[in-house]
Design a protein around this ligand. Structure first.
Ligand code: DP6
Length: 330
């Protein structure tokens, strides 16, 4: 079994190792319409199934990176102490790349996605760091390899290198060389995502822990891969046909199925709060009144609503604090 470090060393073997002073990059956050939920390899972050996401466009992570005498990390302008979980996770990710001379990095990350409303995105963060490393050292790696590197930081990060729809292939190889993401060509310019915040606080159970516990203990997990196969096909067809109803309904049902698997874990994982349920019911009643509006949810209490530009006013009337994203905006 290959480690992340061995895989990265193999990819970088023939690459140059330049040192640019400073680089600045941007990666958008993404929301899965068909979720990544369960790993076949914990070390390499290889998923059990494919997944499909939509970009959040201008909501994501800006990252400025330079070589320094020692590591220093800043998040939204604030220095992050080495003891904080964010710093530890970033540091061990950077350890995979430091090269023979063991160089140090100064990383300044600024999130445009509403971190303070509980939408912190490790996906866009790791994707941005990988893009910055590539430019800083002049590797000029292809997007597929960058996607593989980002995946090692956080699975969903491999889908954060592009705008629009992105398909992440689970692959079959043990070393994960066929486990990467790719953009789907589509020109669905009026599709929108709204972030509706319920709770800004840190989660009691991380998505990583919830997913691993679900795979290990949930009696409902057995049916999940088959559900994903169906949903992936439905979503790809809906995207090709620009069928918003089929897309929205499938995304909503996929999110509900994922939450069902974790509720059946032992101990149960339940992210929903009373306000979460109120939002889901509000979406359903708006839909019953003829507004084409659907939701999806990740491992947390906040809700993401899916709609098209013509429903914008109705969405904002119902959810005035929602942060809106255009998946194709840069
Ligand atoms: C529910 O990508 O955060 O958002 O690979 O362990 O870092 P790790 O997990 P992460 O899990 C995301 C789970 C999800 C679904 C999704 O984004 O597909």
């Amino acid at each position: 079994m290959m480690s992340c470090k061995e895989m990265i060393d193999a990819c970088l073997r023939d690459c140059p190792w330049g040192m640019r002073d400073t680089v600045s990059v941007y990666a958008p956050a993404n929301i899965a319409l068909c979720k990544y939920w369960g790993k076949r390899d914990l070390e390499l972050n290889l998923p059990v199934t494919d997944s499909l996401s939509i970009s959040l466009g201008a909501l994501g992570s800006h990252c400025t990176m330079s070589i320094g005498d020692e590591d220093a990390y800043f998040l939204d302008g604030v220095w992050v102490t080495p003891e904080e979980p964010f710093a530890k996770r970033l540091c061990s990710f950077l350890d995979l790349f430091r090269g023979r001379d063991g160089c140090h990095y100064r990383v300044e990350a600024v999130n445009t996605v509403a971190t303070a409303a509980g939408f912190a995105s490790s996906a866009s963060g790791f994707a941005a760091v990988v893009m910055a490393l590539d430019q800083l050292h002049g590797w000029r790696l292809d997007a597929r390899t960058l996607s593989i590197f980002a995946r090692m930081g956080s699975g969903s990060a491999c889908r954060s290198l592009w705008n629009g729809f992105v398909h992440w292939y689970a692959g079959k190889e043990e070393d994960g060389s066929d486990c990467y993401a790719e953009p789907l060509h589509s020109d669905w310019k009026d599709l929108r995502v709204g972030l509706v915040s319920v709770d800004a606080g840190p989660k009691s159970v991380s998505s990583r822990e919830a997913m691993n516990r679900t795979v290990a203990t949930s009696a409902l997990y057995g049916g999940w891969p088959q559900q994903v196969d169906q949903d992936m096909a439905t979503l790809r067809d809906a995207i090709a046909a620009r069928d918003f109803q089929a897309l929205g309904l499938c995304a909503e049902q996929n999110a509900m199925a994922m939450h069902a698997t974790m509720m059946a874990a032992r101990p149960a994982v339940l992210y929903w709060q009373p306000a979460t349920l109120e939002i889901l019911q509000a979406v359903w009643s708006m839909r019953a009144e003829g507004v084409p509006l659907y939701f999806t949810m990740d491992a947390g209490p906040n809700v993401k609503v899916l709609f098209t530009e013509d429903a914008r006013d109705q969405v904002l009337l119902k959810f005035p604090d929602a942060q809106l994203a255009n998946p194709w905006e840069t």
